[in-house]
Design a protein around this ligand. Structure first.
Ligand SMILES: Nc1nc2c(ncn2[C@@H]2O[C@H](COP(=O)(O)OP(=O)(O)OP(=O)(O)O)[C@@H](O)[C@H]2O)c(=O)[nH]1
Length: 302
């Protein structure tokens, strides 16, 4: 396919404090579920790319983990990944929810971004506008403009209701440099099926877990095999790793009831992803301190 005159393309990364709606906005822009979202903060781990194909532009979204001070080896690796990601993006979208005051966390992130990529333009995104009334939204638009400086672009959006998502896409496209189509237009993500499957399982396993840290759960896909005697079905064998026996009990639920729900939810997503019926076989294993073990981190793909 030839690239029309004036076509724009480039890499875009959303940054912001945990839970500010970065993944949800990525999904809304791409229109298919790719990045993991959950009501728990800091669940995004991979630099997942979603693609937005337009007649005039191609937007490549790099969904980075939030910047945070490293506390474990996993934290350090995440930060290294973040730095790498930032160094070659064309636009940064700073996400700040409409209903939350701008605080030291937001300023710290902005400072890091300006240090890591001083010349990259920053677009202010006031997210979750469905949660506030108009006057509060206006107030936040002004506050984010003030934070970013006089020439900055700031736009309000709700990924949940879809309001303004197309405006965000237009604005992002206009801010990208002229460039080629990097990907054919039927591609929506670069992630392998396997890592998308483990994200779906992890997301389901995290849902409703109240007190445990999300970083304590990791999922490994052991095997994907054709189902014996049926050619419209595959068997997916996966292991959910937790760090402590107490976490295992929480993930399993009473008599394994929670795990069955996790399985049902994850299976639906995997069936949609693979376009076939799926038999999902899930096991939960305790692996002490996996976050601090380099060999284990390697095995789980970090
Ligand atoms: N009401 C409302 N909720 C939203 C919106 N966007 C995201 N959320 C919710 O906010 C929570 C966090 O959203 P995520 O997209 O996972 O946030 P994130 O910034 O990617 O979070 P991390 O992965 O922790 O960095 C989830 O419960 C979302 O459902 C929105 O536009 N409106």
């Amino acid at each position: 396919m030839t690239t029309p005159e004036g076509f724009r393309s480039g890499f875009v990364s959303f940054v912001g404090r945990p839970n500010t709606g970065k993944s949800t906005l990525t999904n809304a822009l791409v229109g298919e579920k790719i990045a993991i979202t959950s009501s728990r903060p800091q669940t995004t781990r991979h630099a997942i790319r979603g693609l937005v194909h337009r007649p005039d532009a191609q937007i490549i979204l790099v969904d980075t983990p939030g910047l945070h001070r490293p506390r474990t080896l996993l934290g350090e690796r995440l930060n290294a990944l973040v730095e790498e990601t930032y160094s070659d993006v064309d636009l940064i979208g700073l996400c700040i929810p409409a209903g939350e005051r701008i605080g030291p966390g937001d300023r710290w992130i902005l400072e890091q971004v300006r240090k890591l990529c001083p010349t990259t333009p920053i677009l202010g995104l006031v997210t979750k506008i469905d949660t506030v009334f108009k006057p509060r939204m206006m107030e936040q638009l002004v506050a984010v403009s003030t934070l970013l400086g006089p020439d900055s672009e700031v736009v309000p959006v709700s990924a949940a209701s879809g309001e303004q998502v197309d405006v965000v896409a237009d604005l992002i496209a206009s801010l990208l440099p002229e460039g080629p189509r990097f990907y054919p237009d039927d591609v929506i993500t670069e992630e392998s099926d396997e890592s998308r499957m483990s994200e779906l399982i992890r997301e389901a396993a995290l849902e409703g877990v109240r007190d445990e840290l999300p970083h304590s759960i990791a999922v490994s896909i052991e095997e994907v095999l054709p189902h014996e005697g049926r050619d419209d079905m595959v068997d997916v064998h996966a292991t959910v790793y937790v760090e402590r026996q107490s976490q295992k009990a929480i993930v399993l639920g009473k008599g394994g009831s929670r795990m069955r729900e996790v399985g049902t939810q994850a299976r639906a997503g995997i069936e949609q992803l693979l376009g076939t019926k799926v038999y999902l076989d899930l096991h939960v294993k305790v692996l002490k301190e996996w976050q601090r073990d380099p060999k284990m981190l390697g095995r789980l793909g970090f």
